[in-house]
Design a protein around this ligand. Structure first.
Ligand SMILES: [Zn+2]
Ligand SMILES: [Zn+2]
Length: 441
């Protein structure tokens, strides 16, 4: 009997009578992490990891919250439940459920790449592994995070030398703090760091949780306009994506802007953002790491929840594993950020919509036809924008967006690489062989 099933409210464990990251109000919720698509309001009781508490409370307010340290277990009904690091954001956890002689693990979102602001992903042996697949296509391969941090620092330094502010867009919970911590490790900072209020409130939550971050100040400065512009000239300004194109930016005078996201690997997404620089940095596993993580669980059955669901299911079946999908409402942290930022920054272009178009387009391309390596021009996508209303109907991006083709991976400009990648040895799940994840030493 299945320990976890998909219900209209969320993923449900009958043995313990609780839900995992439910999207509709339920009596008992086990929360993997505090991103808006996983942690919602209105549940009777919450169980989450101890390190997630400060952020969870800052986002959800006064909730009935029970916390568990990583590795600590608790009996809920007939199920034994424990939480294990997922390496995604501060406090992110995989949920391990043992009952009726089986072990199931639900991953939530995860990554294996290094992140100084959270506990590294820990492989957990199980019979069935419920996994995300946000970047579950062979073309998604991240550059080393340290290299990306150095690229950002070099861009900031060049701007500072030219007397120009550096505005960096990234998701305010997780990515912003990871970037700040990585920049401090990359070398001496070229100037001061200012953060949009939506970012700064999370910086505070991280610091309250004991995570060391470089010094930051909240925008706006309480100085006269001329003096403020001068202060910003050497500065890095970290802002949520919804600030792009808004009047909020006028205070900085002359500036260069960049965007840090896994989607920046996709040339069309970067172009449509209209930013000067795209930095490829994601808090989700790339294709090789998805396969590594899945292999390390030793699970013979895999259930995919969100992202590139159909391609990953097909690939896993080809590897001889039992693979299925759960229909969920997870996906698109940016979607929730957009909602949160709606009052503080307005943008006619709604940049977050572009990522949904990209995700939807790729889903369409991969489910509608098998040609992962057959990239078409991204020009048709470049002129395409998804209205906010249409985007809401798109949901997480799992629904195909009609009339679009796949985009090419731009890291090397070699779209053919994506096709070859599927047969590379290091991209293969390892079945029962336990492998330690890369970069967590
Ligand atoms: Zn997340
Ligand atoms: Zn998510």
């Amino acid at each position: 009997m299945d320990l976890v099933i998909a219900r209209p409210q969320g993923l449900y464990c009958r043995a313990g009578d609780f839900y995992i990251d439910p999207w509709r109000p339920v009596a008992r919720a086990v929360i993997t992490h505090a991103h808006g698509d996983h942690a919602s309001r209105g549940h009777g009781h919450y169980l989450a990891s101890t390190p997630s508490e400060t952020v969870l409370r800052s986002r959800l307010g006064d909730i009935a919250l029970q916390t568990l340290s990583y590795g600590e277990s608790v009996k809920i009904g007939d199920a034994t439940v424990s939480l294990h690091p997922a390496g995604h954001v501060l406090g992110s956890a995989q949920v391990r459920i043992a009952a009726r002689g089986q072990v199931w693990v639900a991953s939530g979102d995860y990554k294996l790449a290094p992140d100084p602001t959270c506990t590294p992903f820990e492989p957990v042996r199980c019979d069935t592994f419920i996994t995300e697949s946000t970047f579950g296509l062979p073309l998604y391969r991240w550059p080393a995070a340290e290299t990306v941090a150095q690229d950002i620092a070099a861009w900031w330094q060049a701007n500072a030398n030219a007397g120009r502010a550096s505005v960096l867009y990234c998701y305010s919970f997780g990515k912003a703090q990871r970037l700040l911590a990585m920049l401090e490790r990359a070398g001496p900072l070229p100037g001061p760091i200012f953060c949009h209020g939506a970012v700064e409130v999370l910086n505070d939550a991280y610091r309250d949780s004991g995570v060391a971050l470089p010094e930051t100040a909240r925008v706006p400065l309480a100085a006269a306009r001329g003096a403020a512009v001068a202060a910003y000239r050497q500065a890095l300004i970290v802002a949520p994506p919804s600030a792009a194109g808004s009047t909020w930016l006028r205070r900085f005078g002359d500036y260069s802007d960049g965007f840090a996201s896994g989607w920046m690997l996709v040339r069309g997404a970067r172009r449509r953002r209209g930013v000067d620089r795209g930095f490829v940095l994601s808090d989700h596993a790339d294709w090789p790491d998805l396969n590594r993580a899945i292999g390390a669980t030793g699970a013979e059955r895999i259930i995919v929840t969100h992202g590139q669901v159909a391609p990953l299911v097909r690939w896993l079946r080809e590897q001889g594993l039992e693979a299925d999908a759960f229909r969920t409402e997870y996906g698109g942290e940016e979607e929730y950020e957009g909602k949160e930022e709606a009052g503080s920054a307005t943008s006619a272009a709604t940049p977050a919509a572009d990522d949904a178009a990209t995700a939807g387009a790729m889903e369409q391309a991969t489910t509608g036809r098998p040609a992962i390596g057959a990239a078409t021009s991204d020009d048709d996508l470049a002129t395409r924008r998804v209205p906010v209303a249409a985007r809401a109907a798109d949901g997480s991006g799992d629904e195909p967006v009609p009339g679009t083709g796949i985009e090419s991976a731009s890291a090397t400009g070699n779209a053919g690489e994506a096709g070859e990648a599927a047969t590379r040895d290091d991209g293969r799940p390892r079945g029962k062989t336990r492998r330690s994840p890369r970069g967590n030493a």
